[in-house]
Design a protein around this ligand. Structure first.
Ligand SMILES: NC(=O)c1ccc[n+]([C@@H]2O[C@H](COP(=O)([O-])OP(=O)(O)OC[C@H]3O[C@@H](n4cnc5c(N)ncnc54)[C@H](O)[C@@H]3O)[C@@H](O)[C@H]2O)c1
Length: 256
């Protein structure tokens, strides 16, 4: 499709399904040298093996590594594994969850479980990647998965919005901290994207039809459309872009 990621090693968490899987495959389509596919389980929905098989079919080096992003040591080991290909150039901290029961009365255990994946897991990934980039003296691009729910609030997703708003500010703070080393950090904020997460969460599934009707482009987004945006943020085409929260939402948050 393009070679904007030529010679780059891309690592994606939560990449065995949905948006993460699409990001990993897009990276291969955009010319990455190697794509490391990681997830907490190899077969959540579509499957890690299927993802690596598609990437291999594109002639790109790949491997699956099981990693729970809430476990600091596992995330460090994941990033260390990129050394096999020369080290990570593009780190995509994508893994994230929603809750079946979210909102103002969210249960403490659910809240902590969600924060552990959506916030802690994202920070651990960014930290490990930045450390490796600095040690190699080869700055790269770190992309953090936020959401339109991190820019505009929704009463039914109080915990989720809180976590994604945190990711947006995490990107800005890390961009400030790591910019002097040449490392770029950006957040990406998808709108309503047609994935398993959307179809299996009844509250979000019900809301999505309303979102679709209000979206200027009048359709849900495709996972590959997030993959292409991440490829751009990971590439040198965006070399002066850091600290942004890039909305990829069909225009939904631009209208009233
Ligand atoms: N689908 C949407 O409309 C939408 C919109 C905005 C943002 N997002 C975000 O995009 C990301 C991907 O969502 P998706 O829609 O592809 O959902 P998904 O459920 O299909 O994929 C999420 C992946 O994360 C993995 N994961 C969960 N916990 C993990 C952990 N502890 N360690 C490692 N991996 C773990 C899951 O196994 C799964 O493969 C999430 O961060 C989500 O919040 C999705």
């Amino acid at each position: 499709m393009s070679d904007i990621l030529k010679d780059k090693v891309v690592l994606v968490t939560g990449a065995a399904s949905g948006i993460g899987r699409a990001i990993a495959i897009s990276a291969a389509r955009h010319g990455a040298k190697a794509v490391i596919v990681s997830d907490v389980t190899e077969t959540p929905h579509e499957g890690g093996t299927q993802t690596t098989a598609e990437i291999e079919a594109l002639g790109v080096l790949t491997r699956f590594q099981r990693t729970d992003v809430t476990q600091h040591a596992e995330v460090d080991a994941l990033v260390d594994a990129a050394a096999e290909f020369g080290g990570v150039d593009v780190m995509v901290c994508n893994a994230g969850i929603t809750l079946r029961e979210d909102g103002p009365d969210v249960a403490e255990s659910d809240y902590r479980r969600l924060m552990a994946v959506n916030l802690d897991g994202v920070l651990f990934g960014a930290q490990a990647a930045a450390r490796q980039m600095k040690a190699r003296g080869k700055p790269g691009s770190i992309v953090l998965m936020a959401s339109m729910g991190g820019i505009a609030g929704a009463g039914m997703t109080v915990a989720y919005s809180t976590s994604k708003g945190g990711v947006v500010l995490m990107a800005k703070a890390l961009a400030d901290a790591l910019g002097p080393d040449g490392i770029r950090v950006n957040a990406i904020c998808p709108g309503t994207i047609d994935t398993h997460l959307l179809r299996t969460n009844p509250g979000i599934a019900a809301a999505s039809e309303g979102f679709r009707q209000r979206t200027p482009l009048r359709r849900l987004g495709k996972p590959s459309e997030i993959g292409d945006a991440v490829a751009w943020l990971g590439s040198d085409m965006s070399s002066y872009v850091t600290g942004i929260a890039l909305l990829v939402d069909g225009g939904l948050l631009s209208v009233i």
